[in-house]
Write a protein that binds this ligand. Structure first.
Ligand SMILES: [Zn+2]
Length: 590
């Protein structure tokens, strides 16, 4: 049964559609007001300040209008009126794209001496950080006609990615395989994971071989799309005078290359811990050698206990107690102000997310189904929403939006706190083993596996930088080698795993996945800090929640108690992995 307080309160954002329409109609005039500053930025610090503020005002209202349309549409994706509102906002933004493209180049064109004085002017004190951030790109910015040319080509240059997506998501057909009890079932991206979780090894093997056999058939096309995407990153870095594609992609967050390379080196130093987990897996599954399709079938029977929503809420609140009373009070707002849309419904968008904008609640969409996994999702998404809540209520709009680099830290910290709380309050060995297995798998998937991807990504970019084209044979060879290194002596991999690279969309994202690994390492440390009960450490954590984008990400993390410029946090997280595997082994009585 759905009670009123199990749906989110979008009326707090717009009481009725007429208000939304009124704001929608204000967007274009705000964009035009911003555009009126074009050609004037070098006039005075006050003019530049007002121009930035005008740009923010336009963006801020645009976000509010878009977020409402988007959330309302997710309530019922089958509703055409909902969809139409999203389309209208998107079309409006597209037609206004030109009204803001001029700004960055014009700031960069301000003569150096003038800019130097501007940066010292009190009128621009508040915007100093964001101006310096923009000016960092100045040496990497081309002349106006060149930038315009590149801008025009932008869409065309994205075709390797687009072709990959179309081939991977639409055209590739994996057919049907014999599932459990001999039933013929369709193999899809979605069902693949379910097959891999089957206790029947033959089902797992069939799914694996069909999946990668299909990729194998198309390996040359996939190699071409990946080669194209990597080349674009490499050429893009070269024409913008960056020493490498890696350095260019890290520059946005002002993250030094060493962070990336340290991550890989630290994971290499801790592969023994991973091999030990593989050994445990092999022993529990009673196999001579593990294969790559023996990685996701649960070692411990799943948790069948069900949690109704109020129970989940109580559990999560208790788990988050180490964050203190202040946090608990704000967390209460999620329920009293109805930030959350809880139940599954026909037409509702699937999955779960936290979403909103500066002028809205940090809403949460769930499809709550009473499993323990759903309780973890609640803790996770509340982590995102509370992070947004604190950043939005502390920072001005201009600096409120936190970087992707830190985006998963608060959510993962909450998950770990829930894990610790459940563990602490259970003496049931099977349940404890399940929890340890759950954490081990999270760390394996987020730190080990994503770092392996990060290493592969670096390797293929370096190959292209050295002038080596990425053929399917070369990609297979390199991937297989890396897979062997990461999975170790307990695993004898089916050679088809060599083509797994073809399936990973993240290799097109330009050095994105390493953030998963650094984010989780940070979260493990922060959860530990919070549970220590040390008020100074808690205060430091709140500094992170409130920071938004007011500082560089590495500084935010460092002030919160995690220095990601050193290998220590990743090493500690992998130490935690080892002890988790040891606990799992003990709970299983092995
Ligand atoms: Zn998340």
């Amino acid at each position: 049964m759905i009670s009123g307080n199990q749906t989110w309160d979008l009326a707090a954002l717009y009481a009725d559609l007429a208000d939304w329409e009124a704001d929608f109609n204000r967007i274009r005039p705000l964009a035009e007001a911003f555009l009126a500053y074009r050609g004037r930025l070098a006039e005075s610090p006050a003019v530049l300040r007002d121009a930035i503020a005008a740009g923010d005002a336009y963006e801020r209202l645009g976000e509010k209008v878009y977020v409402f349309a988007h959330l309302r549409s997710d309530e019922n994706t089958a509703d055409n009126a909902n969809r139409a509102r999203v389309d209208r906002v998107e079309a409006l933004f597209a037609s206004l794209a030109e009204t803001s493209a001029w700004f960055d180049p014009e700031v960069m064109a301000i003569p150096e001496e003038t800019m130097k004085a501007f940066l010292e002017a009190p009128e621009l004190a508040f915007y100093r950080r964001s101006l310096l951030e923009l000016l960092r790109e100045k040496p990497h910015t081309l002349s106006e006609p060149e930038e315009r040319l590149l801008g025009t080509l932008g869409d065309v240059l994205g075709y390797p990615d687009k072709t990959f997506e179309i081939l991977n998501d639409a055209d590739l057909d994996f057919g049907r395989i014999r599932g459990e009890a001999g039933r013929s079932e369709p193999l899809t991206h979605g069902s693949y994971r379910r097959f891999l979780e089957s206790p029947d090894r033959e089902v797992r093997r069939r799914a694996f071989r069909r999946m990668f056999g299909t990729y194998h058939k198309f390996r040359n096309t996939f190699a071409t799309t990946l080669d194209g995407a990597v080349k674009r990153h490499v050429v893009g870095a070269k024409i913008r005078h960056y020493p490498s594609a890696l350095v260019k992609s890290l520059a946005g967050d002002n993250v030094p290359e060493a962070v990336y390379r340290n991550l890989i080196a630290t994971v290499h130093d801790n592969l023994e811990g991973f091999y030990d987990y593989m050994k445990l897996r092999r022993e529990v599954l009673k196999l001579d050698r593990l294969d790559m399709f023996d990685m996701y079938n649960p070692l411990v029977p799943g948790c069948r206990r069900e949690y109704d929503f109020p129970e989940a809420v109580t559990l999560v609140k208790r788990a988050l107690a180490p964050l203190g009373e202040e946090y608990a009070g704000k967390l209460e707002l999620a329920f009293s102000q109805r930030w959350i849309d809880v139940p599954e419904r026909r037409g509702k968008r699937s999955g779960a997310y936290s979403g909103g904008c500066y002028d809205s609640y940090p809403y949460l969409l769930l499809n709550y189904n009473r499993t323990l996994n759903d309780v973890f999702t609640l803790a996770h998404e509340l982590g995102h929403s509370m992070h947004s809540y604190y950043s939005n209520s502390t920072q001005e709009y201009h600096y409120a939006d936190y970087s992707i680099f830190v985006a998963e830290v608060a959510s993962t910290t909450n998950e770990i706190l829930l894990f610790e709380h459940l563990l602490e309050n259970s003496s049931d060995r099977a349940f404890r083993a399940f929890l340890y297995g759950h954490l081990a798998d999270e760390i394996r998937g987020t730190i080990y596996r994503q770092t392996m991807f990060a290493e592969f990504e670096l390797l293929i970019h370096e190959l292209v930088e050295a002038g080596t084209p990425l053929s399917a044979d070369l990609l297979n060879e390199k991937y297989f080698e890396l897979n062997k290194l990461y999975y170790g002596p307990e695993v004898e991999a089916d050679p088809l795993i060599a083509v797994e690279w073809a399936r990973i969309p993240h290799f097109y994202y330009n050095f994105y996945v390493y953030k998963y690994a650094t984010g989780m390492s940070a979260a493990i440390r922060l959860a530990e800090n919070l549970r220590s009960g040390d008020p100074a450490k808690r205060e430091a954590y709140f500094g992170f929640l409130k920071a938004g984008d007011s500082k560089d990400v590495l500084d935010i993390m460092k002030d919160a108690g995690v220095d990601l410029s050193t290998p220590a946090p990743v090493a500690a997280a992998l130490g935690r992995f080892r002890s988790t595997v040891a606990s799992l082994r003990a709970e299983l009585g092995l």
